[in-house]
Design a binder for this molecule. Structure first.
Ligand SMILES: Nc1ncnc2c1ncn2[C@@H]1O[C@H](COP(=O)(O)OP(=O)(O)O)[C@@H](O)[C@H]1O
Ligand SMILES: [Mg+2]
Length: 310
């Protein structure tokens, strides 16, 4: 990718995190994650890209470590496992306070092709076919993991992380490069706690971090998460059929992996807990933003969506 990085630097300097569309160089938001915001920067040469902004770093050395993990993870997925990724690169710029901000830059894919949009536009048989095609991609990860025990790769299979494309879905969400080499996590998972209000960090570390990370190494749990997402996307009506698709897949095409079937109850319970945790977490972050911006008159580096429906 041939990019004008000076423009990205200018974009970051002029970014209004609370109102990105009013920034010096305006941007539209393509998506929100728990830690990143995905922008389309409205400038020549940038409009057809998706820029994922990660404001998590205190020091340049942290960015370099993250970038090494990010690059290695992308290579594993693309070259060793055989997933399709959008063309991508990364770039580090400095924010107004001189702190490093890392951007993942990918080719932008059409909004209508992203999984959660597809859930609202495609006829049911096509949605079920998409789920099956996603499972076929995921299976490659666990085939790789089972074939050797030096490197273990994790993946977040949820539907919003895939773009429908021929011949196979494209995986978008590489900003959390979780993989272990000889049992050692290559990503500094403490980075995830950076965006959390300081009064929550210790409890998140204690209660959730290990469990949340472990989830993405487990095909059964990744499948439960994928199905539970249909609640969040307001397509709970499809869950019984999607559970069937998953279980048929585990029984037939993934038989060699010996994955336990999932149940609707398991999906429901998981969703209830997960939604509760995240909505609580999100309200805490809003309270924290209010505290820092309005009461303490500090800056607030993260970008929060106005409302997340669950
Ligand atoms: N390359 C892309 N093209 C178009 N939209 C994208 C692209 N990458 C991400 N998005 C949008 O942003 C959302 C969040 O991106 P994702 O990579 O999944 O980050 P997160 O880790 O924050 O979930 C996606 O669900 C999608 O809607
Ligand atoms: Mg995602």
């Amino acid at each position: 990718m041939n990019l004008n990085l000076a423009l990205l630097q200018k974009f970051e300097r002029g970014l209004d995190p609370q109102h990105p569309e009013r920034s010096a160089i305006p941007a539209t938001i393509l998506g929100y994650g728990e830690i990143s915001t995905v922008f389309a920067i409205q400038a020549d040469g940038w409009r057809d890209l998706a820029c994922k902004r990660l404001p998590l770093f205190d020091r340049q050395a942290e960015v370099e470590k993250y970038r090494a993990a990010y690059d290695a993870y992308n290579r594993l997925l693309e070259e060793q496992i055989g997933l399709r990724l959008p063309p991508h690169t990364g770039a580090c710029v400095e924010n107004r306070l001189g702190r490093p901000v890392f951007y993942i830059i990918q080719k932008q894919l059409p909004a209508a092709s992203i999984g959660h949009h597809a859930l609202h536009t495609l006829p049911t048989p096509d949605i079920l076919a998409l789920v099956e095609r996603v499972l076929q991609e995921l299976r490659k990860v666990w085939k790789f993991n089972r074939a050797q025990d030096r490197v273990q790769v994790a993946i977040d299979g949820q539907i919003s992380n895939w773009a429908l494309d021929d011949p196979r879905p494209v995986y978008l969400d590489t900003s959390t490069p979780l993989f272990r080499v000889e049992g050692v996590e290559q990503l500094d998972t403490e980075l995830f706690l950076r965006s959390a209000p300081s009064f929550l960090v210790w409890i998140l570390r204690l209660l959730f971090l290990k469990d949340v990370v472990a989830r993405y190494y487990d095909f059964h749990r990744v499948a439960v998460d994928l199905v539970a997402n249909f609640y969040k996307e307001q397509r709970a009506d499809l869950i019984p059929e999607v559970v069937q698709i998953v279980n048929r897949f585990f029984q037939d095409q993934a038989a060699a992996l010996g994955i336990q079937p999932i149940t609707e109850k398991e999906v429901r319970d998981y969703y209830r807990d997960d939604a509760l945790v995240w909505s609580l977490y999100f309200s805490m972050r809003k309270a924290d933003r209010f505290l820092r911006l309005r009461l303490l008159r500090q800056t607030y580096p993260y970008i929060l969506p106005d409302k997340i429906t669950r």
